[in-house]
Write a protein that binds this ligand. Structure first.
Ligand code: FDP
Length: 341
């Protein structure tokens, strides 16, 4: 992208304009998806503003147990959840909502009920909030089978059935990355306009990367293929250079870097957590959807991640995602292990 030319751009592609353009390709479309997305965008803007103020509020003494009015201050993840639930219900376009923060799914009552199911983690990476490290919101969208009789099965679908997925990263800038199944596009919030502007059109992940991203503190509990893969990243035997390690510990930030720079992000199974840590519906699926749409791959250690059929809304799965060639290598190691067994 030509950043100098960009600075003088007057024809701004906002996220709403972008989605409306996409929508116009489908004459039968009623605009419901655009309305839903507008409500998600509103939630992201609100959380972005709350995250930005969090440090300041603490410094000026507003973020204690009670605020100046004597009311209890809400923790950011609880607040973000409330904001998204309210924004999604009030869109009038949702039917079932699954949030990382809520044990049970929310079934939207008539007359506010619509056709979309949204699975989301309102504030992922929340252990990073207090030190100002990038965190984010992750979401995936399914279509309900029958909006008159929604059931949990409508959200217990494989990730490949998602209509759209995305994340918003609250970092040095606020970036929303979205795929509606036709590639991946990134939008950056222009705070002066309050609008997300298309800044990263048609993101493609490099075919092979130079970075691996994993919590190596868990290495003593890894299985053979994961241990071998990470060993190969550090001590390649084919004469290639070692990969660099980058691990923020905030999935949105680690995946965002992987998407833009290439490489691999791993949260494998280990002896202590045989299903890994990350949640299928609102972490593994949306990120795998984006990776595939950008030309990369996502693998669970057993299968293509998007083929997984979850049994429970908060189910976990190991995940290896990123550049096509890098994921191909870990797939080969798991295939070799399976042959041995
Ligand atoms: P967090 O616990 O801070 O909410 O699933 C949540 C998550 O962060 C991911 O964002 C992140 O990738 C992962 O957990 C980090 O886990 P470890 O601390 O075990 O590395």
């Amino acid at each position: 992208m030509d950043h100098a030319a960009d600075a003088h751009r007057t024809d701004l592609m906002t996220i709403t304009r972008f989605v409306l353009n996409e929508q116009s390709k489908y004459p039968e479309s009623r605009g419901d998806f655009t309305i839903l997305l507008n409500h998600i965008v509103l939630g992201c803007k609100f959380v972005c503003s709350a995250v930005n103020k969090a440090g300041l509020a603490k410094l000026i003494g507003l973020a204690g147990e009670t605020n100046v009015q004597g009311e209890e201050q809400k923790k950011l993840d609880v607040l973000s959840n409330e904001v998204f639930i309210k924004a999604l219900v009030s869109s009038g376009r949702t039917c079932i909502l699954v949030s990382e923060e809520d044990e049970e799914a929310t079934f939207v009552e008539q007359p506010k009920r619509g056709r979309y199911c949204v699975v989301f983690d309102p504030l992922d990476g929340s252990s990073n909030i207090d030190c100002g490290v990038s965190i984010g919101t992750i979401f995936g969208i399914y279509m309900v089978n029958d909006s008159h009789e929604p059931t949990l099965d409508d959200v217990l679908q494989p990730g490949k059935n998602m209509l759209a997925a995305g994340y918003c990263m609250y970092g040095s800038s606020c970036t929303l990355v979205l795929s509606t199944g036709e590639g991946v596009n990134g939008f950056t919030l222009d705070p002066s306009l309050g609008e997300f502007i298309l800044t990263h059109p048609d993101i493609k992940i490099p075919k092979k990367g130079k970075i691996y991203s994993v919590n190596e503190g868990n290495a003593k509990n890894w299985d053979g293929p994961t241990a071998k893969y990470v060993e190969k990243c550090k001590f390649p035997k084919d004469g290639s250079s070692s990969k660099s390690l980058r691990y923020i510990g905030s999935m949105v930030a680690d995946v965002h870097r992987t998407l833009l720079y290439g490489g691999i992000f791993l949260y494998p199974a280990d002896k202590k957590s045989p299903n890994g840590k990350l949640r299928v519906l609102y972490e593994v699926f949306p990120m795998s959807f984006l990776m595939e749409q950008a030309g990369g791959q996502a693998f669970t250690g057993k299968q293509r991640a998007l083929d997984l059929v979850p049994n429970k809304i908060h189910e976990r799965s190991p995940i290896f995602l990123g550049s096509y060639d890098d994921v191909e290598e870990i797939k080969a190691l798991y295939a070799a292990e399976e042959k041995k067994e």
